[in-house]
Structures are given as C-alpha cells and as structure tokens.
Design a protein around this ligand. Structure first.
Ligand code: E4P
Length: 228
C-alpha cells in the first residue's frame, strides 16, 4: 500500500514528505478553502505542492467544472501546472466523458466521489488512472464504507483496464475519506493500492503505546549504563 496525504496544507506536506514514506498528495476544493486558499493563488499553490513532493509523486488537483467541455478545458490547464499533476474529477456522466477525453490526450485522472462498484467500473473503462472510493462519508450516514471499498477493490481486480488508461498503466484504487488508522489497516488487508490520509491520521499511524513504553525503558536503562 502507498500513502498519499489528503491536504492542501504546505507545512503538513513538507513534514510528511520529510518522513520518507509519502507517495503523493490529494487535494479538493474544501481542503483548499480550509487553508484560506484564494482562487488567484490556486495554480501556484498546486505547483508548490508538486515541487515539495517531487516529480515521482502524483498530486491530485480537482476541477470544479460541471460540463464535459469545461472539465476538459480545466483539466488541460491543471495538467500544465506540473508533470505530476493528476486531474481530479467527480464520478458523474460529464466527468466520465471528460475523463475519456483527457486520458486520450495523455492526462491522468483521479475519479473522486466514488461510492459504488458500478461507478468504479465505469471510471476505469473511461480511462481513470486512479479511483477514489470514500469511506468516512458512508460511515457518517451509518453505512459501511469499508465494505464498499472491499467490493470495489475486488471488482476492479477482476478485469484488465490497461487498454483504457494513459500508457497502459494499471488502475489504482485510492481509499479516501479516511478517518482512522484502523481504516488504513482494513484497506491494506483488502488490497487497496493507496490510502490518502489526513495528517492527523498519518501521525496516529506511526504511534503505538508499547513503542512509547519500550522507548522510555530503553532510555532509562541506557542512563543506568552511562552512570555505571
Ligand atoms: C479524497 O481524495 C478526498 O479529498 C477526501 O479523502 C475526502 O475526505 P472527507 O470525506 O474527510 O472530506
């Protein structure tokens, strides 16, 4: 499993990148609004994220257009920002059509707001490089988000979509809308390729009380050795 950071916050991205395990970043309009982002700064902000994570890490920048042609126009402009930009497009009819058009022009797409197996299969056939099923938003309405991701991972794994994607790349499932380290565990066990996690969840993933306890006792014992 690879780890993406789900944020538009540059300080969080810098910190997570310094840990050495970051493989990409996903953003969305809400995450950009959360950091007080302004429309005029958007492209520069995305460029900065691409620079921080480096050319091998995909950075999802979302189109907020609604019609196919507007999404394609938006997507082509976003793709100009940096070679590692992935255009994020909602899973809807116009979004599918725009994904096909962009993939045909060599632009990688992350289809987002995916909540079902049929949506994911259509996204893959339309040429999406990444598909992002959401977990937490299912949980928010008392439904089982993890079960849906498990179904999507299994269904996508049943078929070969390489004829549909840019350069014949494999479609990867990004488990999104993650709220806990346990979500990450479950998604890894079911074989999701990527988990995109908020910084708070990433910090919890590295923590364990027995690690803290063990470290504390090693430090105390080493002090005894030094004073012996
Ligand atoms: C996915 O790429 C989205 O940015 C994100 O995971 C949404 O998460 P949320 O449901 O916590 O807003």
């Amino acid at each position: 499993m690879k780890f993406f950071l789900d944020t538009a916050d540059l300080a969080e991205i810098e910190e997570a990148a310094s840990w050495g395990a970051l493989a990409g970043v996903t953003t969305n309009p809400s995450l950009y609004a959360k950091i007080g982002g302004k429309l005029a700064d958007f492209n520069n902000h995305m460029k900065r994220i691409c620079e921080i994570v480096g050319p091998d890490c995909p950075v999802s920048a979302e189109s907020v257009a609604i019609t196919r042609d507007e999404i394609v126009r938006d997507g082509l402009q976003l793709a100009e920002i940096a070679p590692n930009i992935v255009v994020k497009i909602p899973t809807m009819v116009e979004g599918l059509a725009a994904t096909r058009a962009l993939a045909d022009q060599g632009v990688r797409v992350n289809m987002t707001l995916c909540f079902s197996v049929p949506q994911a299969l259509l996204a893959a056939r339309a040429g999406a490089r990444y598909i992002s099923p959401f977990i937490g938003r299912f949980d928010d309405i008392s439904q089982d988000g993890l079960a849906e991701v498990e179904n999507i991972v299994a269904a996508i794994g049943n078929y070969d979509f390489t004829a549909n994607t840019v350069n014949g790349e494999q479609v990867e499932i990004i488990a999104a809308s993650i709220r806990s380290a346990n979500h990450v565990t479950q998604c890894a066990l079911m074989g999701a390729h990527i988990a995109t996690v908020p910084f708070g969840v990433l910090k919890k993933m590295v923590q364990h009380p027995l690690t803290d306890k063990g470290l504390d006792s090693f430090m105390k014992d080493w002090e005894k050795v030094q004073n012996a």
